[in-house]
Design a protein around this ligand. Structure first.
Ligand code: NAD
Length: 249
């Protein structure tokens, strides 16, 4: 079993920054052609400098945008061998009684529905190929109630449900689906929320303090590459924390 991606096409969302950018670079280094998708087209383009990648501006929360993204990705080689549903936004850390319905909807639309829309659009092609690997970037907030605000927490619990549903449904079709659960990682994600909610942060502080060490995006990308590779051929439906031990606390 190897973890080479020679001749394979890998689609990474949110690949213009942070963990997604590191994934794009790592998959390219492993031989893949990478479709670098981001809502910010300039960021996507910047990621492709120096790697074998196709930048695509796409909003994963939009069905039309997702359809165009999948069409562009299929134009690379006719297949999508790996899908990394990685794009995501943080909430303001607001507690359930304080979060606005508008913020709830946007966070759920991007983090959960966006991952669903892309999975839904890519699966028919993976089924036709008889193989494929999906890696969903969840979060520590997907297994805890106190690691983020209500919207982000619910969205990431949903991503874990989606991961397990897909893993089970297509286990006999050569398609695997696993979740990466990053701990605190140095990226630009804080910029995706407006003002943080002081009451929420105060309530979450004891749990946040357990995530003692900050990771680099490359440490997350290495796990995603493994999960998508043939070396993980019997790993399906797994939740893989990469959090320096936070989830063990
Ligand atoms: P980041 O903000 O650095 O990168 C996220 C990228 O996603 C950005 O380039 C942004 O433009 C893009 N994006 C946002 N909305 C989009 C949309 N609708 N369509 C397409 N692209 C969109 O953040 P990051 O930390 O690298 O986040 C990547 C993933 O990791 C997210 O799913 C996040 O929830 C998860 N995560 C991050 C941390 C952390 O500490 N950084 C911890 C746990 C989980």
């Amino acid at each position: 079993m190897s973890n080479t991606f020679d001749g394979r096409t890998v689609l990474v969302t949110g690949a213009g920054s942070g963990i997604g950018r590191a994934m794009a670079v790592a998959f390219a280094a492993a031989g893949a052609r990478v479709v670098v998708a981001d809502i910010d087209g300039d960021r996507a383009k910047a990621t492709t400098e120096g790697i074998d990648g196709l930048p695509v501006a796409a909003d994963i929360a939009s069905e039309e945008s997702v359809a165009a993204l999948v069409e562009a990705a299929l134009g690379v080689s006719g297949t999508i061998d790996v899908l990394c549903n990685n794009a995501g936004i943080i909430d303001t850390m607001a507690l359930p009684h304080d979060i606005s319905p508008a913020q709830w909807r946007r966070v759920l639309d991007v983090n959960l529905t966006g991952s669903f829309l892309l999975t839904h659009a890519v699966l028919p092609h993976m089924l036709a190929q008889g193989r494929g690997a999906i890696v969903n970037t969840a979060s520590e907030a997907g297994i805890r109630g106190g690691a983020a605000g209500a919207a982000y927490t619910a969205s990431k619990h949903g991503v874990i449900g989606l991961t397990r549903s897909v893993a089970w449904a297509y286990a006999k079709d050569g398609i695997r689906c696993n979740a990466l659960l990053p701990g605190p990682t140095e990226t630009n994600i804080a910029g995706s929320a407006a003002d943080f909610d002081t009451a929420g942060i105060t309530r979450l502080a004891p749990v946040l303090a357990l995530g003692e060490r900050m990771a680099q995006p490359e440490q997350m990308a290495a796990v995603a590459v493994f999960l998508a590779s043939d070396a993980a051929s019997f790993v399906n439906g797994a939740l893989v924390p990469a959090d320096g031990g936070w989830s063990a606390a």
